[in-house]
Design a protein around this ligand. Structure first.
Ligand code: MN
Ligand code: MN
Length: 417
């Protein structure tokens, strides 16, 4: 609801008169606005609603549902909005990166996020780290290299809509390809993981005695006289040659990994698909290597609603890619809070907390939800109620069973169908 309550809507509707009468008997002054004392602008006179300041209109205008919450919102949910848009960019020749870790975003204990750009030829240097790395490509083309725990190498090129997943500790690299490099978002499966604190190949070389390097690699000490003494992290390199040549060059007697470390999420047959949008999944059932991360790419058409639902087995870390929308999160208490999201923003919903998303723009809203689990799970509110004895539900909600029977019966994912 925007600026008027469901109660006033019903009162204005002759067709709703009978239902309004039944409801008002049970819950007189509070339908659409159930709190005592009443909350929301609908209950405030002009003087009480006015905000004399100080103000930052450019910033507050981005968050209409925080400055003027729906009257059904209440309580003290922790902040579930963050953004790459205002996080520090570490820019080097060859690309840049910025991140939002749990230090920036307290609620986000299962994931930290990194947004990275690599120019054509730009290299994120050979490295590894404690967390597993899941990523989605949002622009351009990138080449990934990784070696698995049995010494089996993997090299592949990815494009917009593709994923990669590197299990914890597997060494890897990334490089932007032509014509204009790439951009992507990484989700580490640990809220404290930092892209600025990884194990770098240059650091180890620089901090190992030349005599040890010579013995380890079976070459003369002078081989290492020109190694960089500080790390490279991101640097401008030469664009690589054809993929097939790179794959042939790295071939090992150990063979190839049994499952690919990359995956086309945007190419997946939708899990839900109707006129209001679609949901595409990539979890370990299809993307075999992705044992700690499941992903749901959600496209919501203008006017569409991502239905009321929750996830029983994991928190949802969200990266908002295109369009704009608002999400309301519900939790015990009761607590309910609405926040607005734009491209580059991050959302977070705790395991089992109810939520829904409305497309508030005029273009498709695209958002990817990431879950620290091997298997994607969701429960639909309408599916639950449709498959509970209607007489039982009717006694909870004071809705006639004949009307309850019209609720969607097959977890549509998005409404209207
Ligand atoms: Mn990495
Ligand atoms: Mn969800």
């Amino acid at each position: 609801m925007d600026s008027f309550s469901r109660r006033s809507m019903l009162a204005a509707s002759a067709a709703g008169a009978a239902l309004a009468a039944a409801t008002s008997a049970a819950n007189a002054a509070t339908f659409g606005n159930p709190d005592e004392p009443p909350q929301g602008k609908i209950n405030a006179n002009a003087g009480s609603f006015r905000d004399p300041g100080p103000q930052n209109p450019a910033l507050s205008s981005q968050f209409p549902d925080a400055t003027d919450p729906p009257a059904t919102d209440l309580g003290d949910l922790p902040q579930f909005w963050a953004s790459f848009n205002n996080s520090h960019k570490r820019i080097q020749n060859g690309g840049w990166a910025r991140q939002v870790t749990q230090a920036d975003f307290a609620i986000s204990d299962t994931f930290s996020g990194v947004n990275m750009r690599l120019a054509a030829g730009g290299i994120r240097e050979l490295h590894w780290h404690l967390a597993a790395e899941w990523a989605i490509m949002t622009y351009g083309h990138c080449r990934v290299t990784v070696l698995d725990q049995k010494g089996r190498p993997y090299v592949q090129d990815v494009k917009e809509g593709d994923l990669w997943y590197f299990p914890a500790g597997f060494p890897h690299s990334l490089q932007g390809l032509g014509p204009d490099g790439c951009e992507f978002v990484i989700a580490f499966d640990d809220g404290n993981a930092s892209e600025f604190n990884t194990l770098l190949v240059t650091d180890w070389f620089a901090h190992t005695p030349p005599s040890v390097l010579a013995k380890n690699f079976g070459v003369a000490e002078e081989t290492f006289k020109s190694i960089p003494l500080t790390d490279l992290w991101i640097f401008q390199g030469k664009e690589p040659g054809p993929l097939a040549e790179a794959q042939a060059a790295v071939a090992s007697a150990a063979g190839a990994p049994p499952f690919p470390f990359t995956f086309s999420l945007s190419g997946m047959k939708p899990f839900r698909d109707n006129k209001s949008g679609k949901i595409q999944l990539a979890d370990s059932t299809e993307f075999k290597v992705s044992q700690t991360v499941a992903a749901a790419l959600q496209t919501i058409k203008p006017g569409g609603l991502r239905e009321l639902h929750w996830h029983p087995n994991a928190d949802e870390w969200q990266y908002w890619i295109k369009g704009e929308g608002r999400m309301t999160v519900f939790n015990a208490g009761p607590r309910a809070q609405t926040q607005d999201f734009k491209p580059g923003d991050i959302g977070y919903v705790k395991r089992a907390a109810g939520h829904y998303i409305e497309n508030t723009g005029s273009t498709d809203l695209v958002m990817v939800g990431v879950f620290r689990t091997a298997e994607y799970q969701e429960v639909s509110l309408s599916d639950w109620l449709a498959h509970t004895p209607l007489e039982l539900v009717a006694q909870h909600l004071n809705i006639d069973p004949s009307v309850l029977a019209k609720f969607p019966r097959e977890a549509p994912g998005l409404m209207p169908t």
